[in-house]
Structures are given as structure tokens and as C-alpha cells.
Design a protein around this ligand. Structure first.
Ligand SMILES: Cc1ncc(COP(=O)(O)O)c(C=O)c1O
Length: 414
């Protein structure tokens, strides 16, 4: 089986080889008809242990990357805390018996009702993304007689030009400008412990150098802001955005280098705690998506494969133009060639990329996509055209365990 997986590095690790070998042996139910996700929990555990072997950063898991119960439980066992951005994520984390004190609430759409509900459920750490959120937090805290810890989310802009560390200044709803935050005083919010700043406005970073330069340039304006507001800068939360080499170009972040860089940032910022809320960097690599080929044809000289599912199970490639790497779930000695890989939906958007596969790939073969542990199952559009909802499995200690079976459309249609 190692022959089958050696060409693409994300299928090259011992854990990937083990999983692929076992998937061939332990074919899940309906594998010939439907696509399914599978997460290698032992590999995830080992990866998380590696991330935790340090004392520079406090690590949170951005639940949006993968809210599956077994994934959350594995992060819990590894000592991660949890960043939730909706009531659904909160209830899923609480259902895994995680104490609310280990939960942080981020997100631009926190209403007063949601803030109150979170406080009533014991959440005590919030990232405020607007002046309204801050006012509602203060009111809800007073009404419920608690003093939550609050970090203010800052959105920076730089003058255009080569020195712009963000490579652009697109406006987002995430956080507020320094000018807006400077209109408040920490003492105006007596019911809140304003204790830190949150900044995260980059995505899928693959260069240690660029990441460090970006972080470094943020420290001085953030320190000035904390001074101007009159709040202690005890905590700096740098969000997520540590990248995954989806395009398999050999560009990956070095974790030891990140730790060395963040130790410097921590010192420069003078903070007691540095936080990261990791999504993809924590879980992308442990997950795979397997899907059968339904049709193969040549159209205007181009090879096309049509799969049982596409963006209804795996939307990310269509919205980022970054395909997940793919391989054939069987050995083939044939040369590779490029195939346009399509899903079943009636939109040209339904493509998982133009990717190399062995020439003999054919109907009933199964394809396996890598890096699907993050932004896979829940970042899809499962309802369009009423296809099946994907199953989710975990693989642990040699066993494939079904967490949720594939479901037909009448599961949700009314
Ligand atoms: C507030 C916040 N933190 C962390 C993350 C995780 O990002 P990533 O998956 O790039 O690590 C996200 C993702 O959107 C986010 O919105």
C-alpha cells in the first residue's frame, strides 16, 4: 500500500499509510455509494501532544474547524481550551462535559440575548468585537452578578504599498479599528475585567518569516491602544491562521520556529499570557474524505471525473480555489494525468479541483482527499439537490468507528 500513497506527501506519513490500508480492508457501509469523512484520532492525539509540549502559548481550539464530538473530546484530553462562535458550538462543547470556564466566545454576531445566554451557562471569557457587544456584556454581567474577562478585538489597517504586512486592507466585521476602541475608557465598564486584546486578520499563513513580521508589527499599535484605554495588557490573543500546505508546494510552518518567534512577541508585548485559537493547524491533517467515482468522460479534450458528492460534502475548494490533495484508494502503477474533478450538483461551482490521478482511475473507484479534518463536513452545502449527508467515522487503535451514518435527504426534508 505504501506504493499507492508515496507520491503525495500528505498521504505519506505512517499514520496515513495505516489508515489507507485499513480503509481498503474495512470498507465502511455504503462506501460504494456515498462519500464519508474519517479522522485518524491516534495521529491527532500525537500531533496535539507535540503542540502542547511548550510553555509559551495557551492553546484553544477554534471549534468551527471541526465540531465533531470525538474531535472535541480528543482536544479536551490534550488539554486544549475551546473557542466557540455560536450557541450551537457552545452546546456541543458543553455536551462533551467541558467546564464553561474553559470556553471563550468570539464572533461578530453576538446579540445581547446570546451574551446573556452564554453568561447564564457559565462562560466567563469573551472577545468583544464592537462597542455594542461591550455595552451588552457589561449590562449582562451586572444583571447576572459576574465579572467576565474581556478581550477587545482589534482590526488594523496599514497604508497601502509594499510594507503593508496584511497584503491588503479589506474591511471585515471582525473587531474594530483602533480609532473606535480609543473612544472608550476601561473604567466605563466596571462590571468587566478588560484584560487583553485579540487580533487575527490573516489566513493560511505558510511562512514563518511573514508570520513573525506580521505579529511583530502589531505589537506597538496594540500596546499604545491598551495604554490609551487605560487597560492592562495581560493577554494577547493572536487567533489562528497557521497554514496548511493544501497545494502541496512544500511550504510548511515550523512549529519550533513559531514557538521561538512567539516567545519574542510575548516579551515585546509584555503580556502574561499569549493565546492562539488553532483551527486547521490542529486538526486538518488528521482528516480524510473518501468518495466514489460515478462517471468518467472526455469532454473537449479534457478528462472529467464525476463523483458521488462534491461541494455538497466539501465546499472549501470552491470558495478558496485551494483543492484538497487527492489520491486513488487502491494501488495503481499507471502514470498520473490531470482530471477535472466534479461533484453531482447542477452548478459549475461544483468542482474539487483539477488534480493528478493515475490514468486508470475509473467508475466505482474511490478517491481519498487529505487535509479534510478542518473546514470539511460543517463547511459544506449539504442540502442542495437533496443528496445524502456524509457519514463521519473515526479511526482509533486499528478500528473504524461510525460516529454518524450517512443520512438520506428525508432525514431533514419536511
Ligand atoms: C476568531 C477565530 N479564531 C481562530 C480561527 C481559526 O483559524 P484557523 O483555522 O486558520 O486556525 C478562526 C477561523 O475563522 C476564527 O474566526
Amino acid at each position: 500500500m505504501s506504493e499507492l500513497v508515496k507520491v503525495i506527501s500528505c498521504f505519506d506519513s505512517p499514520s496515513a499509510i495505516e489508515l489507507v490500508t485499513e480503509l481498503v480492508k474495512q470498507q465502511p457501509k455504503n462506501a460504494q455509494q456515498e462519500g464519508y469523512f474519517v479522522y485518524h484520532l491516534d495521529a491527532l492525539k500525537a500531533h496535539l501532544a507535540e503542540l502542547q509540549r511548550q510553555d509559551v502559548i495557551k492553546l484553544w481550539f477554534a471549534v468551527k474547524a471541526n465540531p465533531l464530538s470525538k474531535i472535541i473530546q480528543t482536544l479536551d484530553s490534550a488539554g486544549f481550551n475551546f473557542d466557540v462562535a455560536s450557541s450551537g458550538e457552545l452546546s456541543q462543547v458543553l455536551q462533551q462535559d467541558i467546564a464553561p470556564e474553559r470556553i471563550l466566545n468570539t464572533g461578530p454576531a453576538k446579540s445581547k440575548a446570546q451574551i446573556t445566554a452564554f453568561i447564564k451557562q457559565g462562560v466567563n471569557i469573551f472577545v468583544a468585537e464592537s462597542l455594542n457587544q461591550l455595552i451588552w456584556l457589561n449590562e449582562a454581567a451586572l444583571e447576572n452578578n459576574v465579572i467576565p474577562q474581556v478581550l477587545l478585538r482589534v482590526q488594523l489597517q496599514w497604508p497601502d504599498g509594499e510594507k503593508n504586512p496584511l497584503g491588503g486592507n479589506s474591511l471585515t466585521p471582525f473587531g474594530l479599528s483602533v480609532a473606535q476602541w480609543q473612544t472608550i475608557k476601561a473604567t466605563d465598564f466596571a462590571q468587566l475585567e478588560l484584560c487583553g486584546l485579540h487580533i487575527f486578520q490573516w489566513g493560511n499563513m505558510l511562512s514563518n518569516e511573514k508570520m513573525f513580521s506580521l505579529w511583530s508589527q502589531m505589537v506597538p499599535p496594540l500596546k499604545r491602544l491598551a495604554d490609551a484605554i487605560g487597560m492592562p495588557l495581560k493577554i494577547l490573543d493572536l487567533g489562528g491562521g497557521l497554514g496548511i500546505d493544501y497545494l502541496q508546494e512544500g511550504e510548511t510552518l515550523s512549529w519550533p520556529q513559531i514557538l521561538a518567534d512567539l516567545a519574542i512577541i510575548k516579551q515585546q508585548a509584555g503580556v502574561e499570557e499569549l493565546w492562539l485559537e488553532l483551527g486547521r493547524f490542529a486538526v486538518a491533517e488528521c482528516g480524510y474524505y473518501v468518495v466514489p467515482v460515478v462517471d468518467k468522460k472526455v469532454n473537449y479534450g479534457e478528462e472529467q471525473l464525476v463523483l458521488a458528492a462534491g461541494i455538497n460534502h466539501l465546499l472549501r475548494p470552491a470558495i478558496t480555489e485551494q483543492p484538497f490533495p487527492v489520491n486513488l484508494l487502491r494501488a495503481s502503477a499507471q502514470e498520473k494525468q490531470l482530471f477535472n474533478i466534479h461533484g453531482p450538483l447542477c452548478t459549475s461551482m461544483d468542482t474539487l479541483g483539477k488534480l493528478a490521478l493515475p490514468k486508470d482511475v475509473t467508475v466505482h473507484d474511490q478517491l481519498i482527499f487529505g487535509f479534510c479534518g478542518a473546514y470539511g463536513f460543517t463547511e459544506s452545502m449539504p442540502f442542495f439537490l437533496c443528496h445524502h449527508i456524509a457519514a463521519e467515522y473515526v479511526f482509533s487503535q486499528g478500528k473504524l468507528i461510525e460516529v454518524r451514518a450517512s443520512q438520506p435527504a428525508d432525514w431533514y426534508l419536511r
